[in-house]
Design a protein around this ligand. Structure first.
Ligand SMILES: N[C@@H](CCC(=O)N[C@@H](CS)C(=O)NCC(=O)O)C(=O)O
Length: 417
């Protein structure tokens, strides 16, 4: 008789058990007609799990909640499988990686994901902290995987199943290629695992996120975007209204409608070609990259913009100023397909000036960028007039990190590409 797993179809925590069941030859079925927020609120369900969370496994001996515990149970139902390794040490390492995956990977992915979904308050510094903790964990995982195909031993174990399901949420919702390319062994590991037949059967075709999940509009910290200067206490985290917690699980959101920029008439300028030229030009930058830029530039398909930070007098500490610009570029990740940017931190003494140059698809700054990236309001934006040779020269200098820039040294030059 099949064991019944109560959860929605797209629940990555349920995937752990379903994949473990495939490997262990245990018959587990999803509860039919399960409806998140309804089925898990009934008195019967609350007897399974008093806090109403999924997944829950219904067994002849009673219910089990907590997805890792359920997966462990399913694996142990069949003593004949290798999902716990073949020695006490393997067993300990499987447990080690399950905890690591849960506490260092999944917890940080959720701390990045939930505020964006409107489940908790969105605070940019908290997001930065989650991303930085996640990168630390992925760095450690990457190092381990540099010399190991699987987490433990030479075969798939339960640790790989749980790790892959946790990474699945990161790869499909938040971690774009530009993010994961820093961790090539994690990439290789993830794509190898999700393409194993028993994983593939449950997960289907897996597609990496092209953009970071956008922040739900109710969560955008508009107020954080520097309202009246006097009114805002400087270092305070942006205030946003906490949305009531939705009775929804972490399921993949509905497919996003097409970005309107994809519907623009085709442009002769291929943004990726320009980005490659920029990255690959190591010498004669002016003659090769800058000339190439102006040869490629299509003023009908793209527009150029200068931006000037509105609050330069606050840029009194060099690393804080550089971090601020770094955070801005991180939040611009959602525009990677449609934009290129240079941000300069100018001066040798504080207060430092921050100026930038951006190339956007279309004739306007894309609305989704204005909506999703609160930093936009911290800058004064001016469209470039490319018939003005002086403005064109300024652009060339910004792309080139020309020094001195407007008579001053550069403290930092960051590129968004
Ligand atoms: N640690 C739990 C997490 C369970 C969990 O957070 N489940 C979410 C869906 S993935 C849920 O049921 N949320 C509904 C709620 O919070 O009421 C596990 O691994 O099973």
């Amino acid at each position: 008789m099949a064991l019944i797993l109560h959860a929605g179809k797209n629940n990555k925590n349920a995937y752990k058990t379903l994949i473990a069941a495939e490997y262990s030859g245990v018959d587990v079925k999803l509860a039919p007609n399960f409806e998140m927020g309804v089925s898990n609120k009934t008195p019967e369900f609350l007897r399974f799990n008093p806090i109403g969370k999924v997944p829950v496994l219904e067994t002849p001996d009673g219910p089990i909640f907590e997805s890792n515990a359920i997966a462990r149970y399913v694996v142990r139902l069949n003593g004949d499988n290798a999902l716990y390794g073949s020695s006490l040490m393997d067993y300990a390492h499987v447990e080690q990686w399950i905890d690591f995956s849960t506490l260092e990977i999944d917890a940080n992915i959720l701390n990045w994901y939930r505020p964006r979904m409107g489940r908790t308050t969105y605070l940019p510094p908290a997001e930065e902290a989650a991303i930085s903790a996640l990168k630390r964990a992925l760095g450690a995982l990457n190092t381990h995987l540099a010399s190991n195909t699987y987490l433990v031993g030479h075969f798939v174990t339960l640790a790989d199943i749980i790790m892959t399901c946790n990474l699945f949420m990161g790869f499909t919702q938040l971690m774009t290629k530009s993010f994961t390319s820093e961790f090539p062994h994690v990439e290789r590991y993830f794509w190898t695992l999700v393409n194993q037949p028993k994983f593939h059967k449950i997960l289907g075709e897996v597609k990496q996120a092209e953009t970071v999940l956008p922040i739900q509009s109710a969560q955008k910290p508009k107020e954080a975007a520097k309202p009246k200067k006097e009114a805002q206490p400087k270092k305070e985290a942006p205030k946003v209204e906490e949305k009531p917690k939705e009775a929804e699980e972490e399921e993949a959101p509905k497919p996003k409608p097409k970005n309107p920029l994809d519907l623009l008439p085709p442009s002769k300028m291929i943004l990726d070609e320009w980005k490659r030229l920029y990255s690959n030009t190591k010498t004669n930058f002016r003659e090769v990259a800058i000339k190439g830029f102006w040869d490629m530039y299509d003023p009908e398909g793209y527009s150029l913009w200068f931006c000037d930070y509105k609050y330069n007098d606050e840029n009194t500490v060099s690393f804080v100023t550089m971090n601020k610009v770094g955070g801005f570029l991180q939040r611009m990740d959602l525009a990677r397909k449609y934009a290129f940017g240079k941000m300069l931190v100018i001066g040798s003494e504080p207060p430092f000036k921050v100026k930038g140059l951006w190339l956007f698809r279309g004739q306007e700054i894309p609305q989704f960028v204005i909506d999703e990236c609160y930093d936009m309001e911290l800058y004064e934006w001016k469209k470039v007039d490319i018939s003005d040779e002086a403005q064109k020269e300024l652009i060339s200098q910004m792309i080139e990190d020309c020094e001195p820039f407007e008579g001053e040294p550069l403290l930092d030059a960051k590129c968004f590409k």
